[in-house]
Ligand binder design. Sequence first.
Ligand code: SF4
Ligand code: SF4
Length: 422
Amino acid sequence: MNHNEVKNVDYGFRLSGKPILLYQDRSLAADESTHHMEKALRQMSMEYYTLERCLQCGICSSYCPVHLLKANESFSPRSFIQKTRLGLLDLSGDELWMCTNCGHCQMVCPFEIPLLDVMASLRHLIVEQGAGHVPVSIKSSIASIASFGNPWKEEPANRVKWIQESGISQSLGTEETPIYLFLGCFTGYDRRARQTAEAAMHILQTARIPFKIMAEEEVCCGDTVRRVGDFSTSEKVRKINRDIFLKNHVKQLYVFSPHCFNAFQDMFVKEPECEIQVVPLLELIFDLLHQGLIKLNTYQNTRVTFHDPCFFSKHRGIIDLPRQILDSMTGIERVEMEHYGKNSLCCGGGGGGIWRDIKKGERLSEIRLDEAINCGADILVTSCPYCLSMLEDAGKGDEKYRDIEIMDIFELIGKGIRDENN
Ligand code: SF4
Ligand code: SF4
């Protein structure tokens, strides 16, 4: 096809009020550097029409955490939308990778601009079609997920080996139907995140809840890989996991991570025939405490603050549940940071942030730790393996953060379990 002859389609893009006419076909134009953006816009023309609704009010930018970092002061979702609209976004730079997919911009936008879909579509063009720059660490994580089912080229068997070695018994040998737990990559392979899973399994055992983990079979949930734009790999792991769930006749799937929760919520919306209910494990443990099936000791006068994972709070509205758990613990005084609930400050780990190498002094998690110290907390508690990792990394080797402990909520509960439960 001769591009010069077909550069005549009005997709509704305007520059200074005049239509920008684009190629009709979907092939790359001859001059790649000048036509990447045209290609991007053509491929996401649905989203592009939606972008026309953006009035450039800037509300999104005033809530975006990225510009709080000195190095990224100029980043703003408002101008991001504008540049996309005008075809001026530079796909060869780092700008597109700064977004952590926290969802704050989309949540506050009065015109419901699907900023996260736009972000994912543009990243998709870069990742799958080579239209720009992909950070090396992201490239290697997605390649590993495509080949090994996890971001670190780990053997599938290692996902479950540590559980066998730790002596945690699944299903307790009862006749009762077990609940199914989905570990996720971080909880399966990361030493620190495994401790949170161990604590959660200890709680379940205390309450005599039989459980089963399909860890040797399960693969990455696909949330982050989709958000960085690799739709093919995300689709591949989605199908593998779906088949495993169907084979095991899973009706209810309990997940540790808010990222897995989001991925499977979206997946089962697309596949209603699966009829699987996805539940955060946090919810079950709240019920067990509420029903008195787990008894806790009195904690020693401790001030605790809760860091809301964005993928629970902003993405799914789960805000009260962890606070109700903390409030039910005798001896725990809950205090809030400057930003909390839906207005919480992102740790920087979502949307591929967990795989990026970000220099000390330029991390959102450091701002978050400062907020925790400023509110006088002894312990910063969270409920997401990404948040836990980002926050702990931020505090490492820094005297300023020496006196604040960082924990997962399951660990805090586990610490308080009374012997009389057993
Ligand atoms: S809040 Fe919505 S309408 Fe306003 S600038 Fe941002 S994306 Fe555009
Ligand atoms: S999702 Fe979060 S980080 Fe990304 S542009 Fe929106 S507010 Fe900023």
